[in-house]
Ligand binder design. Structure first.
Ligand code: NAD
Length: 258
């Protein structure tokens, strides 16, 4: 192995990827397996999660499994982490990525919709991170977490109105810093990524006029591909980031630079 390969290798590590049934989670999970990680997918969509795990295992030869988990349910999460730890032998890394969006104005969004977005995007990230850290501490292991925030945690998107999403993602960035500092003593690093517009089921099915506007105001003039996030996630989860915790890595085609 070259120095570069060693720096970014996830060989010998087991990683949980939430929201790994499709989109960014599935693509990044496959890239993590290619650099050596065994993969456990946690997602609400049972069949798609199982198919993704099978596909990644066949393509990379790594051990994979999928569990149906709702990241808003701490009891479900704790049971799934225990099961994954038992079946995979250990757990080391978490790509904490599941998320949803509701595009409604602050005026029109219902209390139920507001609470759901905050529950999945902020509480879900918190519940997963803390249960995962509990597992590591209990098993005397060090580890790393990468949360998926968003450029929406830094700026207000246009033209769609989505205060619930933006607020939830800003919360993820501050939660990441808070957990990073708390877990220094346990040898657990916590970072996040803030993607710009990435082409997935979440964005590719949106109104065409919105998509045109997004490309127009993104200096790169195009969507990012999920693969273009993999390097950032692998870096933050790998030993090459051993002195990096509490950081947010923005990957947005210069959206937030202007
Ligand atoms: N696509 C983008 O442009 C973009 C930009 C910035 C941030 N993000 C964030 O990246 C993450 C992934 O986005 P994506 O575009 O791949 O979305 P996606 O909708 O394609 O995938 C999200 C996955 O999360 C799962 N999920 C949703 N709620 C869940 C729950 N309660 N428990 C478990 N799993 C659940 C879904 O089943 C799905 O498989 C999200 O956090 C999103 O907010 C996306």
């Amino acid at each position: 192995m070259t120095t570069l390969e060693k720096l970014f290798s996830l060989q010998g590590k087991v990683a949980i990827v939430t929201g790994g049934a499709q989109g960014i989670g599935k693509c990044v999970a496959a890239c993590m397996a290619e650099v050596g990680a065994d993969i456990v997918i946690f997602d609400l969509q049972k069949e798609k999660a199982e198919a993704a795990a099978k596909e990644i295992g066949e393509k990379t030869g790594k051990k994979t499994m999928a569990l149906t988990v709702d990241v808003t349910k701490p009891d479900q999460i704790a049971a799934a982490i225990a099961k994954a730890g038992e079946e995979m032998g250990t757990l080391d890394l978490l790509f904490n990525n599941a998320g949803i969006a509701v595009h409604k104005s602050a005026h029109d969004v219902t209390p139920e919709e507001w609470l759901k977005v905050i529950n999945v995007n902020l509480n879900g990230i918190y519940f997963m991170a803390v249960e995962f850290a509990r597992y590591l501490v209990k098993n005397h292991r060090k580890g790393a977490i990468c949360n998926t925030a968003s450029m929406s945690g830094h700026i207000v998107n246009r033209p769609q109105e989505q205060a619930s999403y933006n607020a939830s993602k800003a919360g993820v960035i501050q939660l990441t810093k808070s957990l990073a500092v708390e877990y220094v003593k346990d040898g657990i690093r916590v970072n996040c990524i803030s993607p710009g517009y990435i082409y997935t089921e979440l964005t590719g099915t949106m109104r065409k006029d919105w998509q045109e506007k997004w490309m127009d105001i993104t200096p790169y003039g195009r969507y990012g591909q999920p693969e273009e996030l993999a390097g950032a996630v692998i870096y933050l989860l790998s030993d090459s980031a051993s002195f990096t915790s509490g950081t947010d890595l923005i990957v947005d085609g210069c959206y937030t630079a202007v």
